[in-house]
Design a protein around this ligand. Structure first.
Ligand code: SF4
Ligand code: SF4
Length: 171
């Protein structure tokens, strides 16, 4: 048993407290895995993720790529016969992982964009040119064209600790 993983007995409780209230209702039927569009393309198995959370296999989850493969489509959430709010469980696990400095690189890029521009998708020069061609203002009336609003976004990122989370967690 030298390689046995040591579970964290308090982990499921922490998941519940972090927003995954229904994690312990799962009885491992596998409906979520069978419904998951992401799991059809990858090795991600929703049922296993939920089980690991119940068992307290924290180390398996916190650094796992699987944790970031859910697209939050809510199919499993709607189909679970036990009413497990699976997306809430996954969000709770992701929040815990991020606080420990584990954020998927793609999510990190999006978080950086939001913190710098107030938007998830950058406005490219091609987009500006296309808008001008359509007779629109090159930069739409959003945070992109309102420096005061962007300053507020940055302030929110600062006071909520969002910048720190992007940089590598805040245990
Ligand atoms: S569908 Fe619900 S009960 Fe079934 S394995 Fe998934 S989370 Fe558990
Ligand atoms: S919400 Fe996530 S885990 Fe559930 S089916 Fe969609 S991609 Fe899969």
């Amino acid at each position: 048993m030298a390689n046995a993983k040591k579970p964290d007995a308090e982990f499921a409780k922490k998941v519940v407290e972090a927003g995954g209230k229904t994690v312990n209702l799962c009885f491992q039927c596998g409906t979520c895995t069978g419904s998951c569009p992401s799991g059809r393309q990858t090795a991600f198995r929703t049922r296993k993720l939920v089980r690991r959370a119940q068992l307290g296999l924290k180390d398996d989850i916190m650094k796992s790529d699987d944790l970031w493969l859910c697209t939050t489509c809510y199919t499993c959430y709607e189909r679970c016969p036990r009413g497990v709010e699976i997306v809430d469980v996954i969000m709770a696990l992701r929040n815990m992982a991020v606080r420990e400095g584990n954020m998927a690189p793609q999510h990190k890029k999006i978080a950086e964009l939001i913190s710098k521009t107030g938007h998830m998708v950058n406005l490219r020069d091609e987009d500006k040119a296309l808008r001008a061609k359509l007779g629109l203002e090159q930069v739409p009336a959003t945070v992109l064209s309102t420096p005061e609003a962007l300053a507020q976004v940055k302030k929110i990122c600062e006071v909520t600790g969002f910048y720190k989370l992007i940089e590598g967690g805040s245990k």
